[in-house]
Ligand binder design. Sequence first.
Ligand code: G6P
Length: 605
Amino acid sequence: MCGIVGYIGGRAAAPILIEGLKRLEYRGYDSSGLAVYHSGIHIVKTAGRLSRLEEKAAQLPPGTAGIGHTRWATHGEPSDANSHPHTDCTGQFAVVHNGIIENYRELIADLKTRGHRFDSETDSEVVPHLLEELWTGDLAETVLKALPRLKGSYALAVMAGARPDELVAVRQDNPLVIGLGAGEYFIASDIPALLAHTRKVIILEDGQLARLTREGVAVLDRTGRAVDARVTEISWDAEAVEKGGYPHYMLKEIFEQPAALRNTLGRYMDRDGGISFPDCRLSPGDLAGIGKISIVACGTAYHAGLLGKHLFESVLRIPTENDLASEFRYRNPILGPDTLLIVISQSGETADTLAAMREGLRRGARVLAVTNVAGSTMAREAPNVIYTAAGPEIAVASTKAYTTQLAVLALLACHVAQALGREQEYFDELRRGLRQVPQLAEGVLAAVEPRVQELGRASTEWRNAFFIGRGLDWAVAQEGALKLKEISYIHAEAYSAGELKHGALALIEEGVPVIGLATQPELLEKTVSNIREAKARGAVVHAITQFPLLLADAADACIELPQLPAALMPLLAVIPTQLLAYYAAAARGLDVDKPRNLAKSVTVE
Ligand code: G6P
């Protein structure tokens, strides 16, 4: 899971490539490299952060064509040698790769028998050696000849010393976009890397190859035939992907939630509460024929999916299951034409979620994707799509994608209820509640931030934390604990409050912090008892609740929320947990937006 950039035009390539890589660091950032053409190919690469590459790039001769890469190691440790670009024995080809070449061992063994020498432990290095072997004098033709030899997934950008005025990019199961400027052209794994230069892009399809020169871009299919590629105009502006005055993207994205929710709700719900999804073609008849719903996702998106089960099963009485995408395919799930498979993914590129979606399609299920990225693999392959209108999310820890995913699931449940003619009163109230959410979220952000910031500072003493709750509060507890551990590195566990006494209570001792979520009226009494159990063992309990009076003597402190229908409380209750994770990480001086060992977009299984 890596980021790729490329540039060909009239300006110095290296600074443009480095700027582009900075926008892609969320895809991985343990090493990076550049190749530019200046009377031959010149490469610099290094393990570590991009700042090290920037220093090294100062040695590069000026060149107006080049490719670059930021890496998140899969095959071979992060090291200078394993960084991309990789080259062949003659140094004539430079290649950057995102994905996995599954048959690389066989290819290496075969290439070695013909004298090829390999410098890295990566799968990617086979590509330049194959190009060296198959070279016809035409770069696009040579790349097309090499592709049938590669098994696996890839996005590749390639340059050849013998073809200084040309770059080639090709994709299979990994994202790649081509930016169209005036007399200059760009390659990138994702749109934010291009926005400083152009908003006109071609989103490459699987199996398509783009040939970039200073005169223009030609898109070819696998057989080398020219394809009429569609040019898309991107509406996000460059400023939307900048930090906008916040110290970190994560904090900016937390505060963007009211706007992201407003945009998402406004896109699908009209003034009278009517709901429609333009990219979802499931008719009321299709919805009425659904016997079972499977919701599949990874990480934060999985936690969002837990609200779906509550609404579809507990309220609408449609049997619903939640699965982690990495488990789903391997448990031989029951899927058929009466199953609605809902896959949720911010990026639309997560390998496990994509694989689950393809399995669903193969087995004839109806498939609906909820994603944030138009043009992503998931958006293109799913027959039905609902977009979260969260805008670009850069911080590795997902925040605004989560709340907009919750909003989409609530809207979808309202829509299904309408189609089935069920629980109208409940869903009318839910719709009214949804309208209030953006403004209430704004209020919560303003009201709780100072308190939570203080708690974040105090958390430098914490070694463990527990998040407890029942029902939907347990779902939020899981997301809160994930957020805290992924960016502050404090060990955090989410526990169903009622389950605490079956094990984890043994870990509660004097001073252990417990975040008690208590927003579900029907479960409140029981949750309060569980909070008392923890407190009695010495826990310091911070309750997140809209019922502070009921929690007053059970908890040490309350973070107060406004009232909404119970099913929508996760949209507000998660906010203090996001801020807590942020301020705990910031207080520890950690790299909030790029936590160690993690990447934003996980395109390997
Ligand atoms: C990674 C990210 C998480 C994200 C998960 C699923 O682990 O760090 O923030 O929730 O992938 O990503 P997706 O793009 O499919 O929502």
